[in-house]
Design a protein around this ligand. Structure first.
Ligand code: HPA
Ligand code: ZN
Length: 338
């Protein structure tokens, strides 16, 4: 590994675009299947990887959802969160805001209580063992409609203290942000912070970005790279202090390109750009690996990579005191390695 790669792996960073269900590595999948008495069509890691044939969002999601069937009980969810946080910790991640998709499980008969108690206990265990901190963002599956999203929000209210915000993910075709305006307005009233996916190069990407900024009033945008096509929206996002959570390796799977030039252009234009992994078990790259991918492209210099890591703490939903503590740690890492 190069000196720069090693530096980037250890660089303190926050991860703000991470789907817990997207961290299910084949070995854990086998262990959970065994524990739950489920027989799988694939029995080796290679066979599982063989199924990872996706070249757009829809084909990715059609592999992603069936794999979750092995997650059944609270200890399964605890193990998933714990294993992810252990790996993230090894790549310099100090703090994570993690998406979880309750409807991908409640739709199969798993209780909301088991899902969130499991995740919460995995987070606490990892915190005790590695000192890593994490919060949960509840994501609604946009292809399951607004009524189910509203019912899921209601189910989440008793667990409010464990959920920092709500998001919107899954298949974007025909599922614009405004379809969920009422759900997000209620979530805001209940005290949740708001974010939404505007996946890259989707049908109506720019209109979806306009809606999340002007109509929904989100606090952050997930992906959102197509904002580059509208200087007016770039200005609007800047004025509102909205950060974008970009995922270069994920983009290279879903759109065929890591969108590095776009990331740099928007960074230079003054938007708070961040680097994240999205679904690391499927795209083969955790947070630090995404920074390395940028470095290896030859397009992104060391100072910019450090600034992107700084941005991750600025864009995080942290109290000022905690943000300052993380930034001081980052500054220490830079000072001792320069
Ligand atoms: N976009 C939409 N839905 C998702 C994603 C994503 O990047 N990852 C997991 N579910
Ligand atoms: Zn995502």
């Amino acid at each position: 590994m190069t000196e720069l790669s090693e530096f980037l792996l250890q660089l303190p960073k926050a991860e703000l675009h991470l789907h817990l269900e997207g961290t299910l590595e084949p070995d854990l999948k086998f262990a959970l299947a065994r524990r739950n008495g489920i027989s799988l069509a694939q029995t080796t890691v290679e066979q599982v990887r063989e199924t990872y044939r996706f070249n757009d969002l829809t084909s990715f999601l059609s592999v992603y959802y069936p794999a979750m069937d092995v997650l059944r009980t609270a200890p399964d969810f605890a193990d998933l969160a714990y294993h992810y946080l252990r790996r993230a910790h090894l790549q310099g991640v100090r703090y994570v805001e993690m998406f979880f998709d309750p409807q991908a499980h409640t739709a199969r008969g798993v209780s909301f209580d088991d899902i969130i108690r499991g995740y919460r206990s995995g987070i606490l265990r990892a915190g005790r063992e590695f000192g890593i901190d994490a919060e949960l963002i509840l994501c609604f599956l946009r292809d399951l409609g607004a009524d189910y999203a509203m019912a899921t929000l209601s189910a989440a209210l008793p667990y409010k203290k464990w959920i920092i915000g709500v998001g919107l993910d899954s298949d974007e075709r025909g599922n614009p942000p405004n379809k969920f305006a009422e759900v997000f307005a209620r979530a805001r009233t209940e005290g949740f912070l708001l974010t939404m996916h505007c996946d890259v190069d989707q049908q109506d990407s720019l209109e979806h970005i306009r809606q999340v900024i002007e109509d929904i009033g989100v606090d952050r945008i997930d992906h959102g790279t197509n904002i580059i096509e509208s200087p007016e929206l770039v200005t609007a996002a800047k004025q509102r202090g909205l950060a974008l959570t970009c995922c270069p390796v994920s983009n290279s799977f879903v759109t065929g390109e890591p969108k590095i030039a776009e990331l740099l252009h928007l960074h230079a234009a003054g938007l708070t750009m961040t680097v994240n992994s999205d679904d690391p078990a499927y795209f083969g790259a955790y947070a630090g690996d995404n920074y390395i991918r940028l470095a290896e492209s030859g397009q992104v210099d060391r100072d910019t990579l450090i600034n992107l890591a700084r941005n991750s703490f600025h864009a995080a939903w942290l109290t000022p005191g905690r943000r300052e503590r993380y930034l001081a740690e980052l500054d220490d890492h830079v000072a001792t390695n320069s």
